[in-house]
Design a protein around this ligand. Sequence first.
Ligand SMILES: CC(=O)N[C@H]1[C@@H](OP(=O)(O)OP(=O)(O)OC[C@H]2O[C@@H](n3ccc(=O)[nH]c3=O)[C@H](O)[C@@H]2O)O[C@H](CO)[C@@H](O)[C@@H]1O
Ligand SMILES: C=C(OP(=O)(O)O)C(=O)O
Length: 430
Amino acid sequence: MDRIRIVGGAPLNGRISISGAKNAALPLMIASLLTSETLTLENTPRLADVAQLKRILGHHGAEVTVEGRRAAQDPFLGDTVRLTAAEIVDTTAPYDLVSKMRASFWVIGPLLARMGEARVSLPGGCAIGTRPVDFFLTGLASLGASIDIDSGYVVAKAPAGGLIGGRVVFPKVSVGATHTVLMAATLARGETVIENAAREPEIVDLADCLIKMGAKIEGAGSSTIRIQGVNALSAARHSVLPDRIETGTYAIAVAMAGGDVLLEGARYDLLESAFDVLVEAGAEVTATNEGVRVTRNGHGIAPVTVTTAPYPGFPTDLQAQLMALACRGKGRSTITETIFENRFMHVQELARLGARIHLDGDTATIDGVEKLTGAPVMATDLRASVSLVIAGLAAEGETMVNRVYHLDRGFERLEDKLSACGATIERVAG
Ligand SMILES: CC(=O)N[C@H]1[C@@H](OP(=O)(O)OP(=O)(O)OC[C@H]2O[C@@H](n3ccc(=O)[nH]c3=O)[C@H](O)[C@@H]2O)O[C@H](CO)[C@@H](O)[C@@H]1O
Ligand SMILES: C=C(OP(=O)(O)O)C(=O)O
């Protein structure tokens, strides 16, 4: 299995091109199941999760083809993916496909809306908490679906004549449940109102694409989304939003290693809360015509106090990376995780590099150290893995990050992007 080898100490200088967002590309691809016509998605990142979802959509009958990327112009330019689900050939999403990736569970929304039935295995995904699906089930039930659990599968059936618009009130903000009910409601009869909807930019991106396909949606990006169901959706072309978590990750890497990097194609407006924290930590962050420029020269890293929250709050998907940065802070930082109850798997691995972190329930107290020292490490989820890369960039000597397949789920050619900016980092095949 491949590993990533890093020798720390070099600052980062240059340009990093930001890819299309994993967490936007996945629901957008799933939305292709809502129509028999072709959905064309530009700027789709090359990631293991995207490849896995291609397999899942293929299982349901979608033909997925990739128009070649213009590699000669920009090796990081995203793929244009064409998805055509002319017919749904199977409404069951089996365990062996769904268990590898949580977002694949979301096919339940389009399958149920278009075919009137779906049988979908309970999902897998990053090991960061129990991650139940109760909001999805009550949400779909509010659109008239009957729901049963049978041998690890959710069996959902729409009433005769299809789903019926309804009022869905989520008890807690859920990105996945909002995506799923939003997709299902586009083909339901009448009006659906989603209250306490997730406001993440990826929800807005999905809604924008659904609107291009003919859906009638108002309020995406706010807590209340209104959908008027239509009879059918049609072909559309849409460009996937830039990845704000990849953006934040490289911004934190620059804050950690020092240097001056232009994050090309990044959107400042998608990540203001995290940029505010980085400025507090001593980085300079500037929105430019080409993206976002991040620098840290001369100053040390100041400690931070941060609590993760749904958008527009500080994202849980940057919590591990920020913790790596705080390990080199001059003083005590506090990071509270409010979204997932078990998202601290990076703590014991950061400790291998010399970090001093104390965990108490949902709060980590980090006492910054003068130096981190390279070591072999291994992470059990995507963002935890990249936090170890960030720590390795500032550690003395060699850090070897094992189980790289987690990184490949969410970061496109991470080692190439960082080494182009002067980091000593390489993939070791094995
Ligand atoms: C592919 C994708 O986009 N993944 C993102 C998505 O995950 P995902 O959509 O799985 O996360 P949710 O927003 O649903 O989870 C938020 C919280 O709600 C809870 N919950 C959720 C659904 C449910 O039915 N019942 C329930 O209790 C979860 O356990 C969690 O505590 O949003 C998370 C929160 O921003 C991000 O960390 C993930 O990167
Ligand atoms: C938790 C994540 O992914 P998933 O929801 O697919 O497990 C993530 O992107 O950080």
